[in-house]
Write a protein that binds this ligand. Sequence first.
Ligand code: GRG
Length: 279
Amino acid sequence: MDLEAYMKAHALSVNEAMDAWLPATSAAPKSLHSAMRHLMFPGGKRLRPILAIAGAEAVGSDAGRAMPIALAVELIHVYSLIHDDLPCMDDDDERRGVATVHIAFDEATALLAGDALQASAFECLASADGVPGDALVKAVAELAHTAGSLQLVGGQADDLAIGERLPDEAEVEAIHLRKTAALLTTSVVGGARLGGAKGDDLERLREYGVRLGVAFQIADDLLDAESGEPCSTVRVLGVDGARARASALIDGALERLEAYGKAAEALRALARFSIGRDL
Ligand code: GRG
């Protein structure tokens, strides 16, 4: 399949839906609403929303049905990027080719923009139309768990706590699982859940998502190999070891899709893309 065209087309529809969802910059407080949009547009790859859409397609549904979770995972992602860039965390000046939010605005506004984007994610998902109540409640609960202290925030806390210490392989992977893989997994599983999936389908897609998520972070570690980042698979396994681990994880992810035929073509292509294997 032409993954590049697939990603481009879906990124466009995600951007349109996101623009319609977020409060306009003319709504008070104007600078807060501008700050919420600052890192959102033009945005990044939209990998998480696209995984949500591909997850829905794998179980016979479509992008329209998946859109509330697609927007919700990107809203959580962008909030986490804004907070990660703050001086008290990574202290970055640039992200997605533009000034970070605390540089373009100020620290307090960046903190509040992140807070508001996180709340907006839950409002967006909970407002989904036409999804059976129990599936929607489970999707909201899963997103909350993923964004919380046992997953995203906990992974970030443990990452910060490493300092300059050299972690072992298990510790690095435990952080990658929570900080990166959890939200990618919830994107796929959430899309499938809104698309009507249950039971074994959700479990198989969860296993796919976890493997893709850790592999994606290892690929990011490989790109950043020279950065001196303390929590890095390259630091504990070396370049060849990290490449082999990412590749084995993607093989495992692809195995989980064997039962799905053509409907999972996008998920297969996204798994390969996540480690830069091919488009
Ligand atoms: C502050 C709660 C909190 C968490 C921060 C997201 C995060 C955790 C840190 C950002 C830095 C980082 C390297 C995170 C790992 C995940 C990752 C590789 C994010 C970048 O994702 P992409 O490549 O970015 O999908 P775009 O911009 O394309 O969406």
